[in-house]
Design a protein around this ligand. Structure first.
Ligand code: ZN
Length: 435
C-alpha cells in the first residue's frame, strides 16, 4: 500500500510477496490492487515528526560497530539509505560516537493497543483475547484518528529507542491495516503489516482483500478459531506467497503438529510448550518470537535457555503496546534477566534476538553492519569493545545518541557534554529540525 501513503522508496509495508524480494531495497515495482483511502490527520505538536531526509553526502559515525560477531573499533559511513563505508579508525567529525548497532527489529507488536492507556487488571482472556477482551472492546469503539495517533505514538517510542523495523499483528480487518498505514506515513520505519479478519470466521473475499493490502495474516491463536476456518486462512496466505503467523501456547499448551501444519512463518510465545514441541519447531525451521515482559505481566516466564537448547531460532518482541512500552532496550534487559533465572544465555544472543527478525522481511538481511546494507543504525553512548554486549543488556533510552533509519536521522543530532569533549576540530554543519 506504499503507493497510498507516499512513503520513501524503502518502505516495506504491505502488498509484498515473500517470493518477490521487494524487501531487499529500492523500488519494488509492486502494483497495488486495493485502493485504501487514508484518513488525513495532522500530528499533534508533541508527535511532530522530525526525521531528516537522507543525505547525498557520506555521513559517518565512529566508535565500536557490530560486525555480526563482535564489536570492532572504526567508522561507519552511509550515503542516502545505504552503508557505503566501513573502516578502522575514527573519523574526525562523526555525527555521533559510541556503540554502533544495526537498527533493532521488534518481531512482535500490537501497536493498536496503545489506544488503551488505563492501568490494567485481569487475565489474558479479560484483557487481550478476542472477541471480548478489553483491547478489542476499546478498539471497536475508538475513533480512527485516535487509533492512528496512538499507533504513531508507539512508533515514535520505537524509533527513539533504536528500533527501525517491526512486525505488527494488526486487528480490525482491512480498516485496521488502513489505520496502520496512516500512522506510518512519514515515519522512517520498515516492517511487516500482518492483518486478520474482523471476526473469528472465514470469508474468502475479506481474506483476499486483506492479503492484497498486507504482508500476510496473523491471528490470535489456533484454539480461538474453528479448525476449517483457520486452515483456509493459512492456505490463502500460502497461495498468495505471504506470511501466516500465529500466537501459540500462550495461555495453555496447544497441539503443535496441528499448528505447524498451517505452515506458519513464525510462532509467538510458546510459554507452555514442551521440549518435544520446541524440537518440532526447530526441525520445521519455524522461529519463535518471545515476549518476556508480556508473559511476566500474566505471571509466566519463557524458558529462553531451554528453547535455545532445543535449537529454536528466537526473536524478541514487545507484544501488546498497552501492556509494555514498545522499547526493545527494555525487552532485551528483561529477557537477559529472565534467561538468567533459567540458567542464563550470553548477552550477544539477546542482542541477536532483537536483530534477526529483519530476516522475515528480507531473507538476505544479516545482523552485521556491512557495506551495501540498508543504513539502519543506532548509536548508543555506552562502553564498547569486549564490554559491548554487556552494555546493551543494561541500556536505556537515555543512552541513545542517534538513530539512523534508511539514512534518515532521528532525532537530528544535538551536541552533548560528552560529544563536545570528544569531537575536535570544526563541527560539521548539521541540518537540524526542532522537536
Ligand atoms: Zn501478541
Amino acid at each position: 500500500m506504499a503507493a497510498f501513503v507516499r512513503p520513501p522508496s524503502h518502505r516495506r509495508f504491505g502488498g509484498g510477496s515473500r517470493s518477490n524480494p521487494l524487501r531487499s531495497g529500492g523500488a519494488d515495482g509492486r502494483k497495488s490492487f486495493h485502493a485504501i483511502n487514508i484518513p488525513r490527520i495532522s500530528a499533534g505538536s508533541e508527535e511532530r515528526l522530525n526525521a531528516t531526509q537522507p543525505s547525498r553526502a557520506v555521513q559517518r559515525v565512529s566508535g565500536w560497530f557490530y560486525d555480526g560477531q563482535r564489536f570492532r573499533e572504526g567508522t561507519v559511513g552511509w550515503e542516502e539509505d545505504v552503508v557505503v563505508e566501513i573502516r578502522s579508525g575514527r573519523t574526525r567529525r562523526p555525527l555521533a560516537e559510541g556503540l554502533i548497532l544495526p537498527g533493532l527489529w521488534n518481531a512482535h507488536t500490537h501497536l493498536g493497543d496503545a489506544i488503551v492507556t488505563q492501568e490494567l487488571k485481569g487475565t489474558i482472556e479479560e484483557l487481550v483475547a478476542p472477541p471480548h477482551g478489553l483491547k478489542h472492546r476499546v478498539l471497536a469503539k475508538a475513533k480512527d484518528a485516535a487509533v492512528i495517533a496512538a499507533m504513531r505514538r508507539a512508533m515514535a517510542t520505537m524509533i527513539r529507542t533504536g528500533t527501525t523495523g517491526f512486525s505488527d499483528f494488526r486487528e480490525g480487518g482491512l480498516n485496521g491495516l488502513k489505520l496502520l498505514y496512516a500512522a506510518l506515513a512519514a515515519m522512517p520505519m520498515q516492517g511487516l503489516a500482518l492483518g486478520r479478519p474482523v471476526g473469528l470466521s472465514y470469508d474468502s473475499r475479506e481474506v483476499a482483500a486483506i492479503l492484497r493490502a498486507s504482508d500476510g495474516i496473523a491471528v490470535s491463536s489456533y484454539i480461538d478459531w474453528p479448525r476449517d476456518a483457520i486452515e483456509k486462512l493459512a492456505a490463502d496466505a500460502r497461495r498468495a506467497k505471504k506470511i501466516f503467523a500465529i500466537h501459540c501456547s500462550e495461555r495453555v499448551r496447544e497441539e503443535i503438529d496441528a499448528v505447524l501444519e498451517l505452515k506458519p512463518a513464525f510462532l509467538v510465545h510458546m510459554v507452555h510448550a514442551t521440549d518435544a514441541d520446541l524440537e518440532r519447531c526447530a526441525d520445521a525451521h519455524v522461529p519463535i518470537v518471545v515476549c518476556p515482559r508480556s508473559n511476566a505481566f500474566f505471571g509466566m516466564t519463557p524458558d529462553i535457555p531451554g528453547m535455545l537448547r532445543q535449537g529454536v531460532e528466537l526473536h524478541l518482541g514487545t507484544d501488546n503496546a498497552m501492556i509494555n512500552t514498545p522499547s526493545l532496550l527494555r525487552e532485551m534487559e528483561f529477557a537477559y534477566r529472565v534467561a538468567r533465572m533459567k540458567g542464563g544465555v550470553p548477552a550477544r544472543e539477546i542482542l541477536e534476538m532483537a536483530l534477526r527478525g529483519r530476516r522475515l522481511a528480507n531473507p538476505h538481511a544479516t545482523s552485521a553492519i556491512r557495506v551495501g546494507a540498508r543504513a539502519d543504525l543506532v548509536i548508543l553512548d555506552l562502553p564498547g569493545g569486549r564490554s559491548g554486549f554487556a552494555s546493551i543488556v543494561r541500556a536505556s533510552a537515555s543512552d541513545v545518541r542517534l538513530v539512523v533509519s534508511g539514512g534518515r536521522l532521528w532525532p537530528a543530532p544535538s551536541p552533548s557534554v560528552r560529544d563536545a569533549s570528544m569531537i575536535r576540530g570544526p563541527r560539521r554543519r548539521i541540518t537540524r529540525s526542532t522537536r
